[in-house]
Ligand binder design. Structure first.
Ligand code: UDP
Length: 475
């Protein structure tokens, strides 16, 4: 039996559009990346392999990076592996373990190895039938690591990338590393998002550190006028006001419109002029939504007129994630227990998920409309929401955990707090609400920081450098 690989079509986008947001030196580097990419990858296919075409930060990044690579003339492609329930049960366990969590509590023993290798083997055979010697294969996340060895045998250059990690690894995480290490070892290089996430006992000569990036032209991040922001929020039922053209740009350049409304829990749409503090996240305990509410109630609500908006995917999209539904229900209970005047200043917003671009446009509008953006996670791999808000010139108050620390320099490009310190979180939010000048200055530096570090061209440049290294070493 061979696995049915799914080929994800990605329409090319011109990397030239980045010229509008890059400084001269960055444009020079982008030109160099494109030139070197051509010379290096001409006649080769760059295969990206992961386990989902939709949902999650990895799929979002692949969409945009592959589009720009194709626009630059590189034959970059995306295939999604096929797995059965047993395989995804094992890989979900590995994923949880890599985060230091027990997950379903099951083992990672010989039986799990057999399940994992059988499925990885089928997918590797299917892909090996397509790759040609000299092609580059970029395997993403634990689900695909087991394909490395066979693809090497087929003559491809193979890189494996881990998108998750943990600041303080525990035995559970180490168990997952031990499970995956032999597969990762078969790759010619491995990529981690930050140094602290690198496993023990890896060959450091094969290591590359490449942080994630955002796409400034995607519906999630595209520039919007203040009127467009308000129109999007009014159309989504989140704010009262005069309806206007609630449009956004889809990936192919065609216009989209917000037609579906968010479900608002806790009160009516926000008043037109409301000042907003927001956290946009999946409903997940590790994003600490209860802490965001408690800190706002105890340390902000009595001293400022702002509203708190906790925004995340709508419940229907959460039903297959029991932990998500629980986290949302806990927030609802917490708000319901509050005195009416304080509760009235908080909204839980369930954003429509039927159309990813529409959802993204609403996220864009909330982040842009917010006076302060919060990301008070208890743990975080990178935290794309942080760069998204920083790119929009927003001051971000965020937890000093995981990849957030690579994005925010405390007091300069945002404010970092200990996520367990609600008073510090409240004081940071209040301080920014009360000092718009400082908030503005932080926002300006935040956007510069993202421009310098977390946009697609930097990411593509690092991939080209890494592929050059791998191809040269394999000669
Ligand atoms: N997000 C979204 N709609 C939502 C909630 C979140 O598009 O209703 C996006 C958010 O903008 C970000 C991504 O989901 O791009 C979350 O990535 P992050 O790295 O912050 O956290 P993760 O969910 O991967 O833990």
């Amino acid at each position: 039996m061979t696995a049915g690989l799914q080929h994800v079509e990605v329409a090319p986008l011109q990397p030239d559009r980045f010229r509008a947001v890059l400084d001269a030196e960055q444009q020079r580097r982008l030109d160099q990346t494109i030139e070197e990419g051509h010379a290096l990858l001409d006649g080769r296919v760059v295969w990206n392999v992961n386990s989902t075409a939709r949902g999650g930060g990895v799929a979002e990044m692949l969409q945009s990076l592959i589009a720009y690579a194709r626009g630059a003339g590189v034959d970059a492609r995306w295939v999604v592996i096929e797995g059965d329930d047993d395989f995804f049960r094992v890989t979900k366990r590995i994923h949880n373990n890599l985060h230091g969590a027990a997950g379903d509590g099951g083992p990672l023993g010989p039986e799990e190895r057999a399940i994992y290798e059988a499925c990885a083997g089928r997918n590797a055979d299917a892909l090996a039938g397509l790759v040609r010697p000299g092609d580059v294969v970029l395997l993403h996340d634990p689900q695909t690591a087991g394909m490395a060895a066979s693809l090497r045998v087929a003559g491809a250059h193979v890189v494996w990338r881990a998108h998750v990690g943990l600041d303080m690894p525990n035995d559970t995480a180490r168990r997952a590393w031990d499970f995956l290490r032999p597969y990762a070892d078969a790759a010619e290089a491995y990529v981690f998002s930050r140094q602290a996430f690198v496993w023990d006992h890896l060959d450091l000569n094969r290591l590359a550190i490449i942080p994630p990036s955002i796409d400034p032209f995607a519906a999630k991040n595209e520039d919007l006028s203040a009127d467009a922001v308000d129109a999007l929020l009014v159309a989504a039922g989140m704010m009262s006001g005069t309806p206007g053209p609630a449009t956004f740009t889809r990936r192919d350049g065609s216009p989209g419109r917000v037609d579906r409304q968010a479900q608002l829990i806790g009160g009516p749409p926000l008043p037109a002029g409301a000042r907003i503090v927001t956290q946009v996240s999946r409903w997940d305990r590790l994003k600490d939504p209860l802490g965001v509410i408690d800190g706002f109630v105890s340390h902000v609500a009595a001293h400022a007129d702002a509203y708190l908006v906790l925004a995340g995917p709508e419940t229907a999209a959460v039903t297959d994630d029991p932990e998500g539904a629980d986290a949302l229900a806990a927030c609802e209970r917490r708000v319901a227990e509050l005195p009416a005047d304080v509760a009235g200043r908080i909204r839980l917003a369930l954003l429509p998920m039927a159309d990813t671009a529409e959802n993204a446009a609403i996220v864009n509008a909330i982040q842009r409309r917010a006076e302060v953006v919060v990301q008070k996670s208890l743990a975080e791999g990178f935290g794309l929401t942080v760069s998204e808000a920083m790119w929009k010139g927003r001051p971000v108050v965020a937890a000093r955990v995981g990849g957030i620390q690579d994005q925010i320099e405390d007091g300069v490009t945002g404010v970092l707090i200990d996520p367990r310190d609600l008073a510090a979180y409240g004081a940071a939010v209040l301080g920014l609400l009360r000092d718009p000048k400082r908030a503005h200055e932080i926002g300006v530096r935040a956007q510069e920081h993202v421009r310098e570090n977390f946009l697609g061209p930097r990411h593509l440049g690092q991939y080209v450098d890494l592929f050059a290294r791998v191809i040269a070493a394999g000669q």
